[in-house]
Design a protein around this ligand. Structure first.
Ligand SMILES: Cc1cc2nc3c(=O)[nH]c(=O)nc-3n(C[C@H](O)[C@H](O)[C@H](O)COP(=O)(O)OP(=O)(O)OC[C@H]3O[C@@H](n4cnc5c(N)ncnc54)[C@H](O)[C@@H]3O)c2cc1C
Length: 427
């Protein structure tokens, strides 16, 4: 039996200790079988267990092995597409519902951390940094838009004000969201997994779902066992492969890379980000960064369409970091890794049901730390028969990528090149 380890990330090196979890051997019965122990799977498991369901999670590798244990750790509210785009796509009624939910995921994370005493270096405050006046104008309209849906805690920052929170001279202004923030993502996932087990949920690691037997009584087959369930939740996201072929056609795994410096020490760290907020810029292919609990800088950026692993991650990301912070030129990089997120053409999550009993949520297209926590709640509501919020997501239309399986990667890369050129030229 395979034993897939975590990638060699800063998060794996600083993970809280956890007991080993067995692989599934033999046959078990449950109410809900969840495929994948990232945030989508774990959040679903927690809400379901809190509502009296019996839950079994099968994870191909380890808890948080996917994007949930590798991401930038930024609690970014809302979705990867603005609500006005959603409104134009699905109309005002559904947009109202989705707009109201746009900041709920961040609240769920904080509730989970408090309720289950999860040690994950939670910090408040996230900054969207504008590199051009056009981007600043976009943030101003985004603030007005979010306020229409009741999210009023946002502060616009001019050039002088943003310089007080981030020591980078590239920004013309920005927006501060104090309901954003950051976490140690793997420790959040591990804490949520422990919470699942404390409520009687069972998690099998090194247990890939290799086949789903559909029908009135669905069965998830694994290499050495099977799970008979009333419902299945598919939460494998960019690591799912072709287990559910109808999902794979309308989504594309993409890689993004992250580096972590050596510890900077209190003074240097505070000089970069005095209030310890996290930052992401407003470019199409954006840079994102923050401090860790032990005062390293975590810096991420770039996208590899089709999720190939780049040979030298440091060579790609370090120049971006030095462009933002030239003062780090002598600082050593201790960790560099890549992770996959799932892109949809609309950049909106792909949510729905296959038949009566197989549910899925995936494809939040880059910003998923908050959405996946919300998704768990919305999926659990649907399984309890309250599907209004689930239906709002399930009604979002999805389309195959242009170019089909063969050409979707180069076509998307050309599209991204075009948009990042516009960013560089300030259009
Ligand atoms: C490098 C990186 C940086 C990011 N930074 C941010 C950020 O700062 N802020 C933000 O909001 N979002 C960020 N994201 C996106 C965010 O991390 C994801 O949207 C989110 O974690 C997805 O969670 P998930 O549970 O849906 O998927 P994942 O966390 O990928 O979990 C899927 C799990 O399913 C398992 N699995 C797959 N197939 C099977 C199978 N057949 N059987 C059993 N198990 C299976 C996988 O092993 C994996 O553990 C980032 C993503 C990456 C990759």
């Amino acid at each position: 039996m395979s034993n897939t380890p975590y990638p060699q990330s800063y998060y794996a090196a600083s993970a809280n200790p956890v007991p080993p979890r067995p692989a599934l051997q033999g046959e078990v019965e449950t109410d809900v079988c969840i495929i994948g122990a990232g945030y989508t799977g774990l959040s679903s498991a927690l809400f379901l267990l809190e509502n009296g369901f019996k839950v079994t999670v099968v994870e191909a590798a380890k808890v948080g092995f996917g994007a949930s244990g590798r991401n930038g750790g930024q609690i970014v509210n809302s979705y990867s597409r603005d609500i006005d785009v959603i409104e134009r796509t699905v109309g005002p009624k559904e947009a109202q519902l989705l707009g109201q939910m746009a900041f709920e995921g961040g609240r769920i994370i904080r509730e989970r951390v408090a309720k289950y005493n999860i040690q994950c270096d939670l910090k408040d405050g996230g900054v969207f940094a504008a590199l051009t006046s056009k981007q600043m104008g976009h943030l101003e309209s985004q603030k007005r838009l979010w306020e229409r849906f009741g999210h009023t805690q946002l502060e616009l920052m001019d050039q002088k004000r943003i310089r007080e929170v981030v020591a980078c001279d590239s920004y013309v202004g920005g927006m501060l969201d104090m309901s954003g923030g950051h976490i140690h993502p793997l420790n959040l996932a591990l804490g949520e997994a422990a919470a699942v087990e404390s409520l009687g949920g069972v998690i099998y690691e090194q247990t890939p779902a290799v086949r789903i037997e559909r029908g009135a009584n669905p069965v998830v087959h694994t290499p050495q066992g099977k799970v008979k369930a009333k419902f299945i939740i598919v939460a494998g996201n960019a690591y799912l492969g072709n287990l559910v072929p109808e999902l794979a056609a309308k989504s594309m795994p993409c890689g993004t890379q992250v580096i972590t410096t050596e510890p900077l020490g209190e003074d240097l760290a505070r000089s970069l980000l005095p209030q310890d907020y996290c930052v992401e810029d407003c470019n199409y292919l954006l840079d994102y960064y923050r401090l860790t609990g032990d005062k390293r800088l975590i810096f991420g950026g770039g996208v590899v369409y089709g999720a190939r692993d780049p040979a030298n991650i440091e060579a790609i990301i370090r120049p971006k970091m030095l462009k933002a912070f030239p003062q780090l030129k002598d600082v050593k990089i201790d960790f560099a890794w890549t992770g996959n997120f799932l892109l949809t053409l609309s950049r909106l999550p792909q949510v729905g049901r296959i038949g009566d009993n197989i549910y899925y949520s995936q494809g939040c297209s880059g910003h998923g730390v908050t959405y996946t926590h919300l998704a768990g709640k919305v999926l659990a509501e649907a399984l309890r028969g309250q599907a209004e919020r689930f239906d709002a997501f399930a009604g979002l239309p999805h389309y195959p990528f242009p170019g089909g399986q063969m050409f979707r990667v180069p076509f998307s890369a050309i599209g991204a090149w075009y948009y990042s050129l516009r960013d560089r030229l300030g259009f």
